[in-house]
Design a protein around this ligand. Structure first.
Ligand code: ADP
Ligand code: MN
Ligand code: MN
Ligand code: MN
Length: 347
């Protein structure tokens, strides 16, 4: 028997943005345990905004498991929070009831700032560094400093070793701002991996004395970019059938559901989606080919491929909950009947 370190990870009850929480239990197994071998566990919900003090037990239900690259015999156990009966999802459990579809693929581009001493890493104590321009995908000390890349590389390695479908990194437009991309098939799989990647980043940066600022507009109404979490998505139908008529019907549904999308695309998004800094105004839906100033960017490849492939919703922000974002995208897609277009093709 080997003693394994199981890090149970969950989302707390803070609003509008839940925090990641985690605690460790040691359990013995003959071999590396699978998800169905991991027991339910509990925690004190009164300390996480998930219960009143007099009845504070909440249940942790393991829903995904990854090797923990930072620990010998360690596992990262993504959990849903359940009521004491162990089967009813807690009201803060944003994962239990989302729409899922293994044929729906999601690519999330998580942007964020490194923060130290209350300002972006690399910002001087007073005033601002040189204006935006050279930082995006930049190289060299004056652009990225002396520690950010080390952290980003280490994070990339941790994610890959944990089996997360990490797809890439880049320095972003503002100084101290970076991005990583996570791709997954199915909304739960993709979103679980975004949360675990966020967890790994937060845990990693402890030792650097650096914080991660996920707020979408930490520098307010200035000439510094905000942070998004673009949601690239495709369903099997979009990839294999598609077509201009279906695409236009889909965009009409996105337009109609504008407010439902904005409601789950992260707090304070009106401060970020201003129409400046490669964004579209939050209260007006638009789409455009290769247009980074539209709500939805249609890649060139999509048009060239007869309106087949994936689309990029650029509105979700860096603090958004990927469970809720993916689910809303699927909900709007589900409102557009594919039958109508199949018949049109057949006729
Ligand atoms: P950009 O910065 O130009 O918007 P990125 O390369 O950062 O683009 O992100 C593109 C994202 O699109 C990646 O996360 C990738 O996984 C995702 N993606 C690519 N193909 C598909 C697809 N068919 N369905 C969903 N997402 C996709
Ligand atoms: Mn990107
Ligand atoms: Mn980006
Ligand atoms: Mn993008």
């Amino acid at each position: 028997m080997t003693k394994y370190k199981l890090e149970y990870i969950w989302l707390d009850g803070y609003t509008p943005v839940p925090n990641l929480r985690g605690k460790t239990q040691i359990k013995e197994f003959d071999t590396f345990p699978s998800l169905d071998q991991l027991p339910l566990w509990g925690f004190d919900g009164s300390s996480t905004m998930q219960a009143e003090g007099h009845s504070s037990d909440c249940v942790l239900k393991p829903v995904a498991v990854y090797p923990d690259p930072a620990r010998k015999n360690g596992l990262l156990v993504m959990c849903e929070v359940m009521m004491p009966d162990g089967v009813t999802p807690h009201s803060t459990n944003s994962r239990a009831t989302i729409l899922d579809d293994p044929g729906a693929w999601f690519g999330f581009e998580q942007e964020y700032f490194f923060y130290k001493d209350g300002r972006p890493l690399g910002f001087p104590e007073h005033g601002y560094p040189a204006p935006q321009g050279p930082y995006y995908t930049g190289v060299g000390f004056k652009n990225v400093g002396d520690v950010a890349r080390e952290i980003v590389e280490e994070h990339l390695e941790l994610c890959l070793e944990a089996g997360i479908n990490h797809e890439g990194i880049n320095a972003e437009v503002a100084k101290g701002q970076w991005e990583f991309q996570i791709f997954g098939k199915g909304s739960k799989k993709a979103a679980d991996e975004v949360w675990i990647a966020r967890y790994l980043l937060l845990r990693l940066t402890e030792k650097y004395g650096v914080d991660i600022e996920f707020h979408c507009k930490p520098l307010g109404d200035t000439d510094w970019n905000g942070s998004g979490m673009h949601c690239n998505f495709s369903t099997e139908y979009m990839r294999t059938v598609g077509g201009k008529d279906y695409f236009e019907a889909l965009m009409a549904a996105f337009d109609k559901n504008l407010m439902d999308h904005i409601a789950v695309y992260g707090p304070d998004n009106d401060k970020r989606l201003t129409g400046k800094h490669e964004t579209a105004p939050w209260n007006k839906f638009s789409y455009g080919i290769a247009d980074r100033g539209a709500s939805i960017r249609v890649p060139h490849s999509f048009i060239k491929n007869d309106y087949k492939g994936y689309l990029e919703d650029r509105r979700p922000n860096s603090q958004g909950d990927p469970y809720a974002i993916a689910s809303q995208v699927l909900k709007t897609i589900s409102e557009v009947s594919t039958d109508a277009f199949k018949k049109a093709v057949a006729a």
